[in-house]
Structure formats: C-alpha cells, structure tokens
Design a binder for this molecule. Structure first.
Ligand SMILES: [Mg+2]
Length: 434
C-alpha cells in the first residue's frame, strides 16, 4: 500500500538522495527481491542503471519546445494510458503550494502509484502529457523533479512529454499526441484509440481552472476521465467547454461566378476585403489564377507602393488583377479604385465573411495543427500575430458601392480540404483561452 506521499528528496551529483521519506521507494521493493533501481535494464533509448530516468536530446517540435523523457525502457503498446501530471498524478503545487521551482511533490492521491503499476502490468503504455509554461530557470528544477518522481516508482517504465511554449504542442493542441503516434509507429505500433484514454484535471467542471485536458482528449479522439473518475471511481461531474469551436459556425455556400459575371475579358480590378486567415489567397488561386488575373499581395510584394505599381502594370498589359490584401478602410481601397477609374475598368469588391475568432482559429490551425500529410507537401505557415487580426476588426470600415465599386459581394467562409484536414480544423485550438 502506498501510504504517503510527501517526499522530500534532493539531487546530488551522485544521484537521488532520500531525506526523511516514508514512501514509495521502499514500498516498491516489497514486490521485488532486489532493489529495482539496480536491476539490469534492456539496452535502448531508455534509462540505464545509473540513470533510470533521462531527458532525451533533442527535444521535439520545430523549435524544440517539447521536452521528451523516458523512465527505464518504455515499450510501445497499442493501448495507451495517458495522464496529465499536475493535479492528476501529483498535487498541483503551482496552485496549491505556489512553489514552482521546488522539487517537493506529493502524489495526487495515495492510490496513484499502485494504479499506474496495475495499468502497466495489464499491457498499457504509460505516457505523461504535461503543459509546463515555465521560465528556463523554473524548468531546471522541474526537470529534476520528474526524475525524483520516477525514482519513487522505480519499476514503472513511462514516457513523458512536456510542452514549454504556446505552440502546437501545448494542450489542447494535439502536437504531443502526434509525437507519441510517430514514435510508436517507428516500432510498428498503431495506437488503438478505442482502448486508449487520457486522464486530466482541467476538465471544465465548475471548480476547474480550465478545460484543456478534456479538449485535448476530444481533439485526439480518445476516452477522457477526470482523476476523480479514474482513480477514485467517482461518477462524472457536469462540465462546460468554453471558447471557440467551428461547430458554432453557420454553413456557408461556396462561391462560383454567376452567369452575369464572367471572370474573363474585359480587364477588371478585383479588391479583396477581409481579415487575415479567411481564405483570400486560396480563393484567388481557386477562382482567379486560372483566369489569368495578376496576384497583387502586400505580403509577397513588400509595400503598398509596389502593390499599386503591380496593379497599374497589369492594366497597362491589358490584364485583370486581384488586390489580395486586407483592404480594411476607405483610404486603403481608394488607391486601387483610383487606378481602375484612370484605366476606365470596372472594380469589384469581394468581402470575406468571418469573425475575429474564426480568423484566429484558422491561423492556429495553419501554423500548428495541420495534418502531417499537409505539412509534408506545403510550406510552413507562420502564426499571424493576434494584434494583426484584432487590429483589422478595430479599423474595419465595410465597403460600399458608393466608394466606386460596380458591385460589392459577400463571400461566406467555407472550409475546403480533405476529411483528414477537416478533422484537424474541427479541433479545439485556442491556447490559454485565446
Ligand atoms: Mg493538470
């Protein structure tokens, strides 16, 4: 029986030293004839006799923001028992004790280590999946703490991921789960989501600080349990999932040119209006590039002056052009309307419809949550700063035919992509409520 929990341990150059602990280390030995920490371990990426727990180098993610550690030699199983750390496996000191840099810790409940051992013995891979948005100095102490926790469960192989930045690896983003899938696939193991599960305390209940863990489980498609449900067999409590989800959007209808509007001759100016990340450039590629329209875009050309010049050059050459910028106010649009007037060609305005939340969601999806198949074939997309998206909304003036357009059309948002892409776009993607 694992009675206690408060463990005061310190790390020395020679290894872990226990200080006044009643705990677990000795309790585990009752199940084994030798002190398990000194047992021979199989070769592999896992720990050694000297270092049963170690952090692997390099860390994961494009910016190496995701720490990855192993205790002993965890093997890949199709059945995964995944756990949040703070508030689930151990008490959440950040909230309870406010000692982020200390290596002190307690099991969340005394039953935790025994339960983990049982689950491991029944053939599950134990994986810890944790958000740790700590400063570098705090992370040093935290990484030590993990090896101390591992030493308290010396026979239990496990793997741990820790997201240290606000990126695609931070829960509820699915990045850490995808790393797990990739690592297991290298061993020829496909995770069985119908028997795998994830346990976490950020579950959207009335007293929870967040719903991140429940959203993470929904995103990756495995069963979710709270620590109370899983370890204590307490019935599920009510919960809510706040934040933006695409299921709240009305279904838009894809645009196609009407019989009265031909995309071809005579030359025209088409002005796009809308916040970043609402599919303007994709819309250009789908509808206007095949019809020979010149693409005028400030992100690629670098300045408004160059955009104005490119539009003029297109018309001089007898070509149509699309001004694919956010074009948020009357003054910005006037630069291009003046050109159309000078060349006596019609100017149409396409207004891309969608909320700030949707723009930000699409932005998060593109930067952090695209499927691996898309990442392999398309270039990386940098995250557009939140201020750029909010800034558009603040300065936005809806366009009108009075400005000089022959017509102003609304373009509803429609997600276009494969089923796999849609599944990823359907995920909860906000990080820390944004
Ligand atoms: Mg937690």
């Amino acid at each position: 029986m694992y009675t206690t929990t408060r463990v005061a341990l310190t790390i020395t150059a020679g290894g872990v030293v226990l200080v006044g602990s009643e705990v677990s280390l000795t309790d585990w030995t009752t199940h084994s004839s030798v002190f398990p920490i000194f047992e021979k371990r199989a070769a592999g990426e896992g720990g050694t006799e000297d270092q049963p727990f170690r952090w692997l180098i390099p860390s994961l993610s494009p910016t190496r923001s995701c720490l990855h550690g192993v205790h002993l030699t965890p093997t890949a199983s199709s059945r995964v028992a995944a756990f949040d750390l703070d508030g689930t496996i151990i008490k959440d000191e950040r909230r309870v004790m406010k000692k982020v840099n200390e290596v002190e810790w307690e099991w969340w409940k005394a039953v935790v280590p025994q339960k983990l051992k049982e689950v491991h013995n029944s053939g599950y891979s134990i994986v810890l999946i944790s958000n740790q948005n700590l400063k570098p100095a705090g992370l040093v102490g935290w990484k030590k703490k993990i090896s101390i926790i591992a030493a308290a469960i010396p026979e239990l192989p496990f793997r741990i991921f820790a997201a240290t930045a606000k990126d695609g690896h931070r829960k509820p983003m699915p990045g850490m789960w995808f790393e797990l899938e990739r690592i297991f696939a290298e061993d020829g193991i496909t995770i069985d989501k119908s028997t795998s599960y994830y346990v976490g305390d950020a579950a959207g209940r009335s007293d929870d600080f967040a719903s991140t863990d429940r959203k993470f489980a929904i995103n990756v498609g495995v069963q979710f349990y709270t620590p109370e449900e899983y370890f204590l067999e307490i019935p599920p409590a009510p919960y809510t999932l706040p934040g933006f989800h695409v299921s709240t959007l009305e279904k838009g209808k894809s645009w196609s040119p009407s019989s009265t509007y031909t995309l071809y001759q005579p030359p025209k100016v088409v002005l796009f209006v809308g916040p970043p990340c609402l599919g303007k450039s994709t819309f250009y590629r789908t509808h206007f590039a095949p019809a020979g329209y010149v693409h005028v875009n400030q992100d690629t050309l670098g300045s408004r002056l160059k955009c104005v010049k490119a539009a003029e050059e297109a018309l001089v050459a007898g070509k149509s052009c699309v001004i694919d910028n956010t074009n948020r106010d009357v003054q910005t649009r006037k630069y291009y309307l003046d050109i159309a007037k000078r060349f006596q060609v019609p100017a149409r305005c396409f207004v891309f419809q969608g909320s700030t939340e949707l723009s930000w969601h699409n932005n998060l999806y593109r930067a952090y949550a695209r499927p691996a198949s898309v990442i392999a074939r398309e270039p990386a997309r940098a995250l557009v700063p939140y201020a750029a998206i909010v800034g558009f909304a603040d300065a936005y003036k809806a366009p009108s035919v009075k400005e000089g357009f022959t017509k102003v059309l609304d373009i509803p948002w429609v997600f276009e992509g494969s089923e796999e892409e849609r599944r990823h776009w359907n995920m909860w993607l906000q990080i820390d409520g944004k």
